[in-house]
Design a protein around this ligand. Structure first.
Ligand code: HEM
Length: 410
């Protein structure tokens, strides 16, 4: 690390040299590994973030509006569950996410959907990559969940409107109510058009998908609806953004693009994991301490007290040179990580809530990007970065590509 900052609770986990990170923000600047500020505990080093994520017995989910959503009285979705109920739920749904299931049940869909999107791009001549990635990510997530009986096209757009929900706890009361009313309308539409037909079809004939499993476990329609929205946020919106970000990096680094296209699957995945490490789609995770949380750093223990809100800075942790080696803000698929640090580092989370869809996300991204990046592409629309408050992540819009030479209109 280039400019460590000594603090009572650790040192700066981020190296502050030049960067390949497209989503660099002021907030990435020097900051202690663990500190309390404005009533929140901020955790930034890889080791400390991982410890908190693995301390499931002393923490509960506090991100994604969880603390407001869990007051509805309905059974919470998997992302908001804790303890034994959460463990049992994860064990039960694990079968939908194994590499074998991905190969047997979703690979053909990923390939066929990618082929269709590329054929459409070639026919039309140009497209915004975030439209293509939304379509693909929606189709794959819908298959895993079982949202395959919609009454009208446009499910991705219906979900997108719901996911535009702001971080409610930061809003004044009136705006919070207005925001919730607006979203409730979109939720109703999504329920009637997409979720209810899927539930009805599966009550008659169960299949191997999440909705059939939830029906089997006695979930009410409203609870299934919430679970579907959760998968929309956790599975669809995230993968959509990652695919566009990966295309951006690979189109910009010609040597990396060539290497990626020539490589076998493990190496292709390593390249994608390194892009995801550098550009985590979910930038911050949140937990509420339900008991004291002890964080060991450099031989000293910091205790985060019960009741505290904990902000886990995935962007900083993924750029912690102690975990990911030198020049952490550079894109280097062959970097030497510390032992047991995974390639995507904490981009899929860790501990009990670690993303079950990690393998699906990388497989579908790879299926699409391999096909896309073999085309003779010209970038005709500059990508614009936005930020999604709810998942504390980036959004890339306006990244338009044309097949072949730049069309006159561009
Ligand atoms: C690049 C794409 C993806 C990224 C970056 C991502 C990231 C994450 C992260 C960071 C979490 C942990 C949240 C926490 O600890 O609070 C998570 C959880 C989750 N993800 Fe993903 N995800 C991706 C794709 C997917 C896909 C494709 C699916 C399913 C089709 C999926 C389903 C889920 C579910 C159900 C959870 C909740 C798990 C639990 O709470 O036990 N994700 N994801």
């Amino acid at each position: 690390m280039s400019t460590p900052t000594a603090t009572p609770t650790g040192r700066c986990p981020v190296a502050h040299d030049a960067s390949d990170r497209k989503t660099a923000r002021g907030a990435d600047a020097a900051a202690p590994a663990v500190e309390q500020r404005d009533g929140t505990w901020h955790v930034r080093s890889y080791a400390a973030v991982r410890q908190v994520l693995r301390d499931a017995d002393a923490t509960r989910q506090a991100g994604f509006n969880a603390e407001l959503a869990t007051r509805t009285g309905l059974r919470p979705p998997v992302l908001f569950e804790d303890g034994v109920a959460h463990r049992d739920h994860r064990t039960a749904i694990a079968r939908f996410f194994t590499p074998k299931t991905v190969d047997d049940a979703y690979r053909a869909l990923m390939e066929e959907a990618s082929d269709a999107l590329i054929a459409d791009l070639q026919r039309r001549g140009r497209a915004d990559l975030s439209d293509l990635s939304l379509d693909l990510a929606m189709q794959v997530a819908a298959r895993v969940v079982g949202l395959t009986d919609s009454r009208a096209p446009g499910m991705a757009q219906r979900l997108e409107k719901i996911l535009a929900l702001e971080r409610l706890e930061r809003l004044p009361a009136l705006r919070r109510v207005a925001s919730m009313l607006r979203v409730n309308l979109h939720v109703l539409r999504f329920f009637l058009q997409d979720v209810r037909p899927a539930i009805r079809a599966r009550r008659k004939a169960p299949r191997e998908d999440v909705i059939s499993h939830l029906i089997d476990k006695g979930y009410k329609d409203g609870e299934i609806l919430i679970e579907c929205i959760t998968y929309g946020a956790a599975g669809m919106a995230t993968t959509r953004e990652f695919i566009v970000m990966a295309a951006w990096h690979l189109l910009e680094h010609e040597d990396l693009r060539r290497r990626y296209l020539a490589a076998e699957e493990p190496e292709r995945h390593r390249v994608l994991h390194e892009i995801l490490r550098l550009e985590p789609v979910v930038g911050h995770l949140y937990r509420r301490a339900t008991a004291d949380v002890a964080v060991e750093l450099d031989g000293a223990t910091t205790t985060i007290p019960a009741g505290a809100l904990i902000d886990l800075d995935v962007r900083a942790a993924n750029a912690d040179a102690d975990a990911v080696g030198a020049a952490p803000l550079y894109l280097r698929p062959d970097r030497e990580r510390a032992p047991r640090v995974q390639e995507p580092v904490l981009s899929f989370g860790d501990g009990s809530h670690r993303c079950p869809g990690a393998f699906i996300a990388i497989k579908e991204s790879d299926a699409f990007l391999q096909r896309l990046l073999r085309l003779p592409l010209t970038v005709v629309g500059e990508p614009k970065l936005g930020w999604n408050d709810l998942i504390e992540g980036y959004e890339v819009r306006g990244f338009e590509v044309a097949v072949g030479a730049t069309p006159a209109a561009a």
